[in-house]
Design a protein around this ligand. Structure first.
Ligand SMILES: *Cc1c(COP(=O)(O)O)cnc(C)c1O
Length: 402
């Protein structure tokens, strides 16, 4: 029986500090919380995201989901050809394909990462690819480059991440970031689309930004007639969210460095102890993002739910994987899809359960550990010792080695 537990509270700073409070106070005192054009708060967060990703444009939204809707609309997805994606993502990314008038076309992840495998995509079936950098592990973006369809990145787990020397959010025709509170950069709620294509930027803007902003910024002759009355989804980011996220972005590099140090320390401890566990690796010229770090368990996990429960009971900082969307009623019952998205009438084919072996294996063999973003050497030592005890007790209680 494992008696070793994590007793040190999860090390962290308050989610919002004095700088966020000052920014919010100053904004309220300004008397202007709703920027219908590209006002100062919105300009600051958009410019900061363009700088972070090295893109020429960034467009703020009131959620990450809305930014995905905007991006897929902008690249021109169709009801006849789906959006290729893996099921290893948040449900909003899946539903954004429906929002934009298309549908998700599920494809398996790679054997060695939680991310969509481009080799499984049939480009003649899809009008776009949506690649999530799941759990902060950047997708192998160069492998998508040969596909003749636009690639949108879902960067919601990977703020500040870099793949092979180039920022996440700049590889695809558009990158989409969530600023929801659980994410590495929070505005409370919010989303940002990054792109270096002015056409994508303008088309995404026509979906939910104010006529005042459209008037200021639309130049594309096809879009200019939409200035006064575009699609009006009302996707603008509230100024409050924008100023909070702007402050959060300033501390991101420091927090990422601390997380790296903590992960390196933990990795060293589990290697020294010879534990059958390793973080999903990234190459040297790649910087991971932070939203729970995936570790592969190198012995067969026959009962992932009990293993997760044992980790939790031992106080380990585990984050649950998302539900298996492939088996959710929304994905398996066509009448539900048709009720919410009438363009799918008579068209929805529920995904086959057995078509995603790498995804199923990842779900069974992975634990997600939250890595603190403040210096935490003692905590990491307790986590390593507790992982050792938990793996040992599960091994002896019937998990078979392979
Ligand atoms: C959080 C998240 C979203 C949605 O973002 P919201 O801001 O909550 O709308 C989309 N995709 C992924 C992968 C996410 O984690």
């Amino acid at each position: 029986m494992a008696t070793q537990r994590v007793t040190i509270p999860f090390p962290k700073h308050p989610k919002y500090g004095d700088d966020e409070v000052s920014a919010v106070t100053a904004l309220i005192r300004s008397g202007s919380l709703s920027e219908i054009g590209r006002g100062p708060a919105v300009t600051a967060i958009e410019d900061a995201f363009a700088a972070l990703t090295g893109t020429t444009h960034a467009l703020s939204f009131n959620s990450g989901t809305a930014s995905l809707h905007g991006a897929l609309h902008a690249v021109g997805v169709t009801p006849d050809q789906g959006v290729a994606m893996s099921p290893m993502t948040w449900i909003s990314a899946i539903n954004a394909a429906f929002h934009a008038g298309s549908f998700p076309l599920f494809s398996d992840i790679s054997a060695d990462s939680p991310n969509l495998d481009p080799a499984g995509i049939n480009p003649s079936n899809c009008s776009a690819v949506l690649a999530t950098h799941a759990w902060g592990v950047p997708a192998s973006m160069e492998r998508f480059a040969d596909l003749p369809v636009p690639v949108v990145e879902d960067c919601s787990h990977a703020h500040g991440a870099v793949y092979r020397g180039r920022s996440i959010g700049s590889w695809g025709v558009a990158g989409c970031f969530s600023l929801q509170e659980s994410k590495a950069v929070s505005g409370g709620e919010g989303g940002v689309l990054t792109t270096s294509d002015p056409g994508i930027y303008q088309r995404a803007m026509t979906l939910g930004h104010h006529p005042f902003r459209l008037e200021e910024e639309l130049t594309d002759p096809e879009l200019v007639p939409l200035t006064e009355a575009a699609a009006s989804y009302k996707f603008r980011m509230p100024a409050l969210a924008a100023v909070i996220a702007r402050v959060q972005l300033r501390s991101l590099p420091d927090r990422m460095r601390n997380s790296e140090t903590n992960l390196a320390h933990l990795t060293q401890l589990i290697t020294e102890a010879d534990l059958p566990l390793a973080p999903v690796p990234v190459s040297d010229d790649t910087v991971r993002g932070w939203y729970g770090t995936p570790f592969t368990v190198q012995i067969r996990v026959s009962d992932p739910a009990s293993f997760f429960a044992a980790c939790k009971a031992a106080g380990l900082p585990v984050r649950a994987l998302y539900a298996d969307w492939l088996t959710s009623p929304l994905m398996t019952e066509p009448r539900l899809i048709e009720r919410y998205w009438p363009h799918m009438r008579g068209r929805w084919m529920p995904p086959g359960k057995h078509d995603f072996p790498n995804y199923q294996r990842f779900r069974r063999q992975t634990i997600l550990l939250k890595v603190p973003d403040v210096p935490s050497p003692d905590y990491m030592e307790q986590v390593a010792a507790t992982l050792a005890a938990t793996l040992q007790s599960l091994l002896s209680s019937g998990m078979k080695g392979t």
